[in-house]
Design a protein around this ligand. Structure first.
Ligand SMILES: Nc1ncnc2c1ncn2[C@@H]1O[C@H](COP(=O)(O)OP(=O)(O)OP(=O)(O)O)[C@@H](O)[C@H]1O
Ligand SMILES: [Mg+2]
Length: 238
């Protein structure tokens, strides 16, 4: 059963078209990886899903049409986007950043519980709640970005290159936590990753995007096992 459905998605910037009719579907509770070379349109795809760039075509989440809705409306419907570059507010404290993640929800007990829950997933954040985000390490900032997204209680988590600029050990820990969130909260995850090996290690399905089109879709095992695919589409061995 498809939860997130994308059909014939076209998107770009001004006159420049980047996505030329993307089709993909993601089952509820699944982790789906989007792979592909630089400039393929991976970031643009996530931006289209969260309403940050204008798009045409079908985007449906659990039967609700998302296409054409502004980002805050898409967030209210349960889509949390952790953008490239993380998007945390550097002068604000960790706690202020986390509370911003709950902006579409009313305050109160629920938000306090969620703050606690996020800090359980990311213990370093609990120790740094009063610290400004700009003073965090790269790994802690990525944790904060993820934590802020979780504060929305999302149905779908869109992650853009979570490993960017992080040490391998830190990245592995982050992916372990993403997997735990997926399993414990049943949150559907769409993760864009340059590190194909890492992404295929946690994903069930994967799609390879090349110049704005999906050129290959399959189970993560299948895509990982196919060395030819790895070399021609991913540009390197996985
Ligand atoms: N804000 C923008 N304005 C105009 N063109 C853009 C903008 N952002 C991206 N593009 C162009 O859209 C195309 C796809 O970019 P996109 O960032 O979606 O690719 P990507 O697959 O995420 O690449 P990377 O792996 O480098 O992050 C590129 O040609 C890029 O130059
Ligand atoms: Mg990108």
């Amino acid at each position: 059963m498809s939860f997130l459905v994308v059909e014939g998605l076209v998107a770009g910037y001004g006159e420049a078209r980047v996505l030329h009719g993307v089709d993909l579907s993601v089952a509820e509770g699944e982790i789906c990886a989007i792979l592909g070379p630089n400039g393929a349109g991976k970031t643009t795809l996530l931006r289209a899903l969260s309403g940050m760039v204008r798009a045409r075509g079908v985007i449906r989440l659990g039967g609700t049409a998302l296409t054409g809705r502004p980002p805050d409306a898409v967030a209210r419907l349960g889509v949390a986007h952790v953008p490239e570059g993380r998007g945390t507010f550097m002068p604000l404290t960790v706690e202020e950043n986390l509370r911003l993640g709950a902006f579409v929800r009313r305050r109160g007990r629920e938000v306090e519980d969620d703050l606690d829950r996020v800090c359980t997933y990311f213990p370093p954040l609990r120790d740094r709640l009063g610290q400004v985000a700009g003073s965090l390490s790269g790994g802690e900032q990525q944790m904060l970005a993820l934590g802020r997204a979780l504060m929305l209680r999302p149905r779908v988590l869109l992650l853009d290159e979570p490993s960017l600029g992080l040490a391998p050990l830190v990245t592995r820990e982050l992916f372990r936590i993403v997997q735990a969130i997926n399993q414990e909260e049943r949150t559907t995850v769409v993760v864009v990753e340059q590190n194909a090996h890492l992404a295929l290690g946690v994903a069930r399905q994967a799609h390879v995007l090349e110049t704005g089109r999906i050129v290959l879709s399959g189970t993560a095992e299948r895509i990982r096992a196919d060395e030819q695919v790895a070399q021609s589409y991913l540009g390197y061995r996985v």
